[in-house]
Design a protein around this ligand. Sequence first.
Ligand code: ADP
Length: 264
Amino acid sequence: MSNPSNRAAWIHGPTAQCDSTPEGALLPWRLILLGAPGVGKGTQADLLHRRLRACHLSTGDVFRAAGSLPECDQSPAMRQALDSMRRGELVLDSTVWGMVRERKGCLQCGGGFILDGFPRTLAQAKALQELMDHECLKLTAVVNYELPFEEIVARLGGRLTCEKCKAVYHIKQRRPSTEGLCDHCGSKLFQREDDQPNSIKVRLDAYRRSTAPLIEFYEQLGLLLRVPAVGDPEDIFENTFTQLEARRVREVAHKALVAQEDRQ
Ligand code: ADP
């Protein structure tokens, strides 16, 4: 995919260095994507990244990368996390937060970020908010992708993922040009272990119980944007981008007003 950085610091932790760091933006985009598994957050994150240049930071990608390490290189907490993940359950807050806190440099990166899959519980959201307040970082917006339940189940059951670049396809709705191979990098496509029917049910239950309450949390902070996740990914993206731009225009106008009042 077209990440300007290879996200090494995010995927492998702070001892790894990204190939290149995105150029610092005057007003970096700092976004959180919310939505049930299967609404297409990963696809939207990639499209947003291409337009906004902010890095796509997925906690699921970090766990999957850790899962491909030899077992002796996995910490006990990580082995437990991978077990939860295979069953479709949420990983413990303490493990997820430890992992994100270790990577806080990615949140401070001047290129901004698009968080996908984090936060997923209120405890995670509060911990993130505290860290961001402490570091004087402001979220630009939280985008909630909305989709009817039956559609989510159909999407997850037919989802195929590229083993190398993580691009996402669907056996019916978004077929690759060559069966079984990624259009972007030619690598093999596979069905994720947690996209099997039993795990799908557990994941959707976990979403309803733990993640859905975040919608209200961010609504109360005045950060929430709602986007229907139905139809063509490009159209969903344009809807997201239009709403983000409108928010940005209001933010800049507000800053200008405050600066003017300070001068008077
Ligand atoms: P999806 O959104 O399609 O379920 P992800 O790639 O975001 O997939 O996450 C895959 C799995 O990784 C989750 O089902 C969960 O087990 C684990 N995981 C990822 N992020 C978190 C998180 N913030 N909190 C708890 N578990 C997480």
